[in-house]
Design a protein around this ligand. Structure first.
Ligand SMILES: [Zn+2]
Length: 302
């Protein structure tokens, strides 16, 4: 690698930083060697963190002359890679100032923050560090190229992102929902209850919240298959997952379920929204024809 911090001078956003790094590292190998990149950008040491309740840390000074990254002892490879990216983000983003001078300590919850109140400066820094890490581990140009041949939404493709970029399944699914091109949301379940929802901008509002059980009619219950098995894509009434409004046509909704080990499962929701009703080729069809057409286009059925 040849990028130096001088190349990044004056850049204050996660996207800006990643863009500049990619501009210099034109032959960036995938999976991204995040440790090597950290050392290349003046991190002097990557050590173990043993403080309870924290996932990562960064020891540095006010002028960021040098930095040391700490990763929770025992963290698995994907978590470790994400944490290093996150702490490197704090190190490179000039406006990031820790609560305690010279020492960032980041909890697991902090590493899952993707939105923050404008007024909450600390939460905003965590969101930015997460954005930097995700963008750096799955650089958008490389991700778009990787997804180019995979037009139809499919959890198998999200898992391919996980393998190819060497990131966790969840990180991969989140990026997949953002970059796939169709309107996709990802719901993470644990013991049949909703643990987290990734809903990119443009995806309709969900009617379910964290902590609630998966909707009664979800394919989650129909196909409780073994860990690692991905169900076919299946059409489901939008009202089961989405907020529906009276007199507003709900989108067609499809769902796909992947059960994982430890009681975890991932659900992909794919909403097909008619943006322009006048241009809808289905407009002239009867509802029965429309239904038959949908079924024939749907990827699979239980
Ligand atoms: Zn942090």
């Amino acid at each position: 690698m040849k990028v130096t911090r001088l190349d990044l001078d004056g850049t204050g956003s996660p996207t800006g930083l990643v863009t500049k790094i990619l501009k210099v590292e034109t032959d960036l190998a995938i999976p991204v060697k995040i440790e090597e990149l950290a050392y290349q950008l003046d991190i002097s040491e990557i050590g173990e963190l043993t403080t309870d309740g924290f996932e990562g840390g960064l020891i540095t000074d006010d002028i960021r002359s040098v930095g040391g990254i700490l990763v929770r002892k025992g963290a698995n490879r994907h978590r470790r890679r994400f944490t290093i990216g996150h702490e490197l983000g704090h190190f490179l983003l000039p406006f990031h100032k820790p609560v305690k001078v010279g020492e960032f300590l980041c909890s697991r919850e902090a590493m899952r923050l993707w939105t923050a109140n404008e007024q909450d400066r600390y939460a905003r820094m965590e969101v930015e560090a997460n954005q930097f890490s995700a963008l750096m581990l799955m650089p958008p140009p490389q991700l778009r190229t990787f997804l180019a041949g995979m037009k139809t939404p499919d959890l198998a493709n999200a898992l391919a992102v996980h393998e190819h970029f060497d990131v966790s399944r969840e990180a991969a699914a989140r990026a997949y929902a953002q970059y796939q091109g169709e309107k996709i949301a990802i719901v993470v379940l644990k013991d049949a209850k909703i643990l987290r929802i990734y809903r990119p901008a443009g995806f309709p509002e969900l009617s379910v919240r964290n902590g609630q059980p998966a909707p009664r009619d979800s394919g989650f219950y129909i196909a409780p298959g073994a860990a690692g098995v991905i169900s076919p894509m299946r059409e489901i009434g939008a009202e089961h997952w989405l907020e529906t409004k009276w007199a507003v046509r709900a989108p067609s909704l499809y769902e796909q379920v992947a059960h994982q080990s430890g009681g975890f499962a991932m659900v992909l929701l794919w909403a097909e929204i008619d943006d322009d009703e006048d241009a809808d080729p289905e407009e002239s069809m009867t509802s029965r024809e429309r239904y038959k057409d949908r079924i024939s286009r749907s990827v699979g059925r239980y």
